[in-house]
Design a protein around this ligand. Structure first.
Ligand code: ZN
Ligand code: ZN
Ligand code: FE
Length: 762
């Protein structure tokens, strides 16, 4: 009998695809089967021509909302007749694997959760074929219950009934469960379970306490976001004086009361990914001032698990606040806590109560963090809800690659064929616990995605822990310069790897090929290699690693470079006292503890210090952020300052953007008493002009109109907009990041691309 064999590649597992196929097969009286193979779904269809055509059309166009068909192949064969349509148990085959990210609770489940007549009324683990945890509970593909951490909870008869009946919303829903058969919540180290645990946790929050709550990819620390005392106490306990906290709002209406939300933002904020979204604060707010002090934006997310919803709404008659701080539960530097043991070792001192449960988190996934630029997502941290969806780049040929990523904000990347799987956020590699977490996640993802890499890519920095790990793995290692990897990641995101590109990497710190610190670079790149076309003016970074945190040190170094030995200037700018100045001067004269740097991040820190906005940072990027916010105020206040960019680009072995003259100008204007905000804005505008001038010079040499903007400094959307606009005015095509972060969370993708195409390494 004429039989169609259809193979669907993409996210077709764990999204209700098989039941959907089964339903439409019944509708069109198609016989045959559907089967998950791990890398694709195979549909065998028999029926008359018209029915098959309709069936096929529905298959492609009416697929479940959470699925994502990336490729389809169809062959026709002659086979024996099938009597009905069946779902065949998964058979494992080799091939590309698409693992679904975790999916926020859907509207139907939300309704059932609060429906008194439903048997899952207030059940903290309610989920269905269209929602619930995926990546974080998965052991191996294909996605079936026994290969998830739900395997240890046998279904009760009622759940089994739903699981096996096509007409239900939970047909084939692997994490299906109910109060009779599912996991249980409990308070760590106490006797309260289930209902009692939730009531107690809510009371604790209500009373202004701090609790730890187990989520999808890890634990959060949580408190009433409208309670100043609670928020300040959390800051003290977490040793986090000012870095903004994320807030979970009860619902969209509450979010809109606090923030401006555009249509595009709303779709994602309340969509199935539910990242933390950086939103403009409303003028009036009921949130504590200590959530995001002096920050015009705030990180907002909506509840994405049933347990989150129950923290806001329950049947205990407690009127809870509609805003809760939800910040990752971890010791400083360590990855997000995943197990009760992690909590016991690291976080007990930071909270009053721990609301946990016995469904194991297999893989950590922090909340994703998203900003917006030009009506589109601009990813700051790509993790839960997005990882491990692959990027399709270039060709299939070449070795499979493992790219280790960078040292801060680490993510890694696994590649097979033309698919690049960027991992969930791992964290900062300075901490031994994060290194262990990276190892663990790598092993897990390799198994899940069935990728055995044959080449390892890492940064060029000899002392990065990821570099050291890479060399210990036993595969050929390819080292990639940090900022080149940034630019490649941006090129990859636009699947633009075979053209010459002018790369603008405005970044914190990266190891340069000449042994100095780079970070404000113009690179002429293609996938085979790069040339350092230009950079900002080099300066001395003195005092070792601490200079990365203390912008005043760079500022003093710049002042000495520009004005000579002049404590007078340093004093007027209130950069440091005389003893510290003398120490800086001593290092300058003796050339000790000093390195040459072209880091744009450090330049921002220095200017932030010069303008008296931030002398020293308590978290990475604090100085730069304050400078940006001041500039945004300045932009509103001032008429566009009459700015001429300085002027003469010096030449060493490369083009130099004269940022030293820019700093000199800013210092002099500051000493003359000009407005700080306007000066902050001036700094942004002039820097953007210098960048654009450099790109025009580079264009003369490479005959390429494509510019890629990457590096952590481009989290600064004011600088991004200025560069983007001016470049476009001058006829450039500008590649900007969207779903790959411009910061070090994206470089693993760039590393992987390079290794893939680097013939020497194969
Ligand atoms: Zn659901
Ligand atoms: Zn059940
Ligand atoms: Fe970087």
């Amino acid at each position: 009998m004429k039989t169609e064999i259809i193979r669907l590649f993409g996210i077709v597992q764990g999204v209700g695809f098989r039941p959907f196929v089964s339903r439409i097969a019944q509708m069109y009286r198609i016989c045959g089967s559907v089967c998950n193979t791990g890398s694709y779904v195979e549909v065998i269809a028999q029926g008359d021509e018209t029915a098959r055509r309709q069936f096929y059309s529905d298959l492609i166009h009416k697929a479940p909302a959470r699925s994502c068909i990336l490729n389809v192949s169809t062959i026709i064969e002659d086979r024996k007749a099938y009597a009905d349509f069946t779902i065949i148990e998964s058979k494992i085959e080799k091939g590309s694997v698409f693992v679904s990210p975790d999916i926020a609770i859907c509207e139907e489940c939300k309704k059932e959760l609060f429906d008194k007549t439903n048997r899952r009324y207030l059940h903290p683990f309610i989920n269905c074929t269209a929602c619930g945890p995926r990546l974080t509970i998965l052991d191996a593909m294909p996605y079936d219950r026994e290969r998830t951490s739900m395997g240890e909870f046998p279904m009760c008869p009622a759940c089994h009934e739903e699981y096996t009946h096509v007409e239900t919303r939970r047909y084939d829903a692997q994490p299906i469960c109910c109060p009779d058969c599912g996991p249980e919540v409990y308070l760590l180290g106490r006797k309260e379970r289930n209902r009692d645990a939730i009531v107690k946790a809510r009371e604790a929050i209500y009373d202004g306490n701090i609790i730890a709550v187990k989520g999808i990819g890890g634990f959060h620390l949580c408190c009433d976001a409208t309670n100043d005392t609670a928020v300040q106490r959390l800051r003290q306990l977490k040793h986090r004086p000012v870095k903004p906290f994320a807030v979970m709002m009860q619902d969209l209406a509450a979010a809109k009361r606090e923030c401006l939300v555009s249509k595009e933002q709303e779709a994602i904020l309340d969509g199935h990914e539910k990242p933390i979204m950086l939103l403009q604060k409303q003028e009036k707010t009921s949130l504590s001032h200590y959530i995001a002090p002096d920050n015009p934006k705030i990180g907002i997310m909506l509840p994405y698990t049933p347990l989150h919803l129950l923290l806001f709404t329950y049947d205990d008659e407690l009127r809870m606040p509609d805003a809760l701080v939800m910040t990752s539960a971890n010791a400083a530097g360590a990855p997000i806590c995943r197990t009760d043991e992690d909590i016991e070792q690291e976080v007990l001192g930071m909270c009053d109560l721990v609301l946990t449960h016995n469904r194991t988190i297999r893989l950590r996934a922090d909340d994703s963090v998203m900003d917006f630029y030009d009506h589109s997502p601009y990813m700051i941290r790509r993790s839960r809800g997005y990882a491990p969806l692959p990027f399709f780049v270039g060709e299939e040929a070449g070795p499979s690659v493992l790219a280790m990523g960078g040292e801060l904000k680490n993510t890694f990347c696994l590649n097979k064929d033309n698919l690049y799987y960027l991992s969930p956020y791992v964290g900062d590699m300075a901490d031994i616990r994060t290194i262990a977490a990276l190892r663990e996640s790598m092993v897990r993802m390799e198994r899940l995605l069935e990728i055995s890499p044959t080449v390892v890519a890492c940064d060029k920095h000899p002392r990065y822990n990821t570099t050291i790990m890479a060399h210990g793995l036993g595969y050929p290692v390819i080292e990639i310069q940090h900022h080149y990897a940034h630019i490649l990641s941006c090129m990859a995101e636009h699947n633009c790897v075979h053209q010459a590109v002018i790369g603008v990497a405005m970044d914190g710190t990266g190891y340069g090929t000449d042994g100095t610190i780079w970070g404000g670079e113009i690179l002429i790149c293609d996938v085979r290699g790069f040339r350092r076309f230009g950079s900002i003016t080099p300066f001395w970074q003195r005092g070792g690693d601490i200079a990365a945190k203390e912008g005043w040190r760079i500022a003093v170094s710049l002042v000495i470079q520009l004005f000579g030995d002049s404590y007078d200037v340093v004093q007027k700018l209130q950069l440091c006292d005389e003893a510290n100045y003398k120490a800086q001067l001593f290092m300058t004269r003796q050339q000790i503890n000093s390195v040459i740097s072209t880091s744009a991040g450090r330049l921002f820190d220095a200017v932030s210090a010069i303008l008296g906005l931030c002398r020293a940072s308590t978290f990475e990027g604090e100085g730069a952020m304050k400078l940006q916010f001041a500039a945004e105020r300045g932009q509103k206040m001032a008429v566009m300052p009459n700015i001429t960019a300085p002027i003469k680009a010096g030449r060493q072995d490369r083009y130099i953007m004269p940022t030293d003259q820019l700093v000199q100008d800013i210092v002099q204007r500051r000493l003359a008493g000009e407005d700080i905000s306007v000066l902050a804005y001036r700094f942004h505008v002039v820097l953007a002009r210098l960048i654009v001038q450099a790109c025009e010079k580079a264009r003369d040499e490479v005959k390429s109109d494509i510019v890629a903007l990457s590096g952590g400094v481009f989290q600064n959307t004011l600088l991004l907009r200025l560069c983007d606009t001016m470049l476009q005015q001058r006829g450039f095509t500008v590649l900007k990041h969207q779903l790959v972060p411009p910061n070090d969370g994206g470089i693993a993708l760039g590393q992987a691309i390079y290794a893939k195409y680097h013939k020497g390494g194969i």
